[in-house]
Design a protein around this ligand. Structure first.
Ligand SMILES: [Zn+2]
Length: 324
């Protein structure tokens, strides 16, 4: 078989640097159009039905008012006279990175690739990569708040070391409070694979703490499948839940079979958290929110491709991102 000659090769090799950059840009735009149906976040936002709403007074009465220097459509609020764009109250407000690069960033982040690798692949600075991670996390801040699990619901706790407590002077003074160095995460999954992961303080949680973490997240009447720990009792009684207990024993096939769902979720969660060793604990809940959000995207991936779903979420979310 004779080797096919690429008819564009000589043409591309003959381009100067500026021409070549323009060509790459055009190619990327074509790929983005095919993949996302858009070549900018503004266009994607319009496609997904985002409406211009005044970020100051929330009025939807406006008139169009030309374009910004970066060619985004400008709106003027008829209520408070404020000028804004479609993406003023989104994480993409005045973003300088191209759509193509940012979509590649989002794609890599959806696999939880280490930030260092993202910087290397996309040729961006580490503070830029960190800023975007914070921005994207800010869109899932309240993501778990409205989740309510039902039917058969597995609950368990998993623990991760709090390095900040370990390093602090306080720990030196109370070396015996070992469990206090661990952060407790309550992990929940139901038969439809809805999931929750919520921080529940340090050390082994009390029944009041478990109740406070989960009271708004489980529909009354559901069956709780768990290890029978006393800290679950108050929640079970207060929400009139049924209780099904399997005592932890890795040699017992009944235990393994019945607790596989929650045990798998705990190991996935731990594997995910280990990537962020050394992170600031104040950010932990954000990491957990992102984990839960991604799990849901993955669950529905066949119905709805993950990257498109994340793009839709990000351009429709109304957030005011503040740099700390
Ligand atoms: Zn207004």
């Amino acid at each position: 078989m004779s080797k096919q000659i690429n008819p564009y090769l000589d043409f591309v090799l003959g381009l100067d640097a500026t021409q070549f950059d323009s060509l790459c840009d055009a190619i990327n735009q074509r790929k983005d159009r095919e993949r996302y149906g858009a070549t900018s976040f503004e266009e994607a936002a319009l496609n997904y039905g985002r409406k211009p709403i005044c970020p100051k007074c929330l009025s939807d009465k406006y008139h169009e008012d030309g374009y910004t220097p970066s060619l985004a459509k400008r709106y003027k609020c008829e209520n408070c006279e404020c000028s804004y764009t479609l993406l003023s109250d989104s994480i993409f407000n005045s973003s300088k990175i191209s759509f193509h690069k940012l979509m590649s960033y989002i794609q890599l982040m959806s696999f939880n690739v280490p930030l260092e690798l993202i910087c290397e692949v996309l040729d961006i600075a580490s503070n830029t990569a960190e800023l975007w991670r914070k921005k994207i996390f800010s869109t899932v801040n309240n993501y778990q708040n409205h989740l309510r699990l039902y039917n058969r619901v597995w609950i368990d706790e998993t623990y991760i070391e709090d390095y900040q407590v370990l390093e602090s002077d306080n720990y030196e003074k109370h070396p015996r409070g070992l469990s206090k160095t661990k952060i407790c995460i309550v992990v929940v999954i139901d038969s439809s694979k809805n999931m929750l992961a919520i921080i529940c303080g340090h050390g082994k949680p009390s029944s009041k703490r478990v109740y406070a973490a989960l009271k708004n997240h489980i529909r009354p009447g559901s069956t709780i499948i768990h290890d029978g720990d006393n800290s679950h009792k108050y929640l079970i009684d207060a929400l009139s839940l049924k209780s099904e207990v399997y005592i932890a024993n890795t040699k017992d096939s009944e235990y393994i079979k019945n607790m596989a769902m929650i045990n798998n979720m705990c190991s996935w969660l731990k594997r995910y958290i280990w990537r962020f060793i050394g992170m600031e604990v104040e950010n932990l809940q954000s990491y957990l929110n992102w984990f839960i959000y991604l799990q849901r995207c993955k669950r529905d991936n066949e119905k709805w491709p993950k990257s498109n779903r994340i793009l839709r979420h990000l351009v429709l979310e109304r957030v005011r991102f503040k740099r700390k």
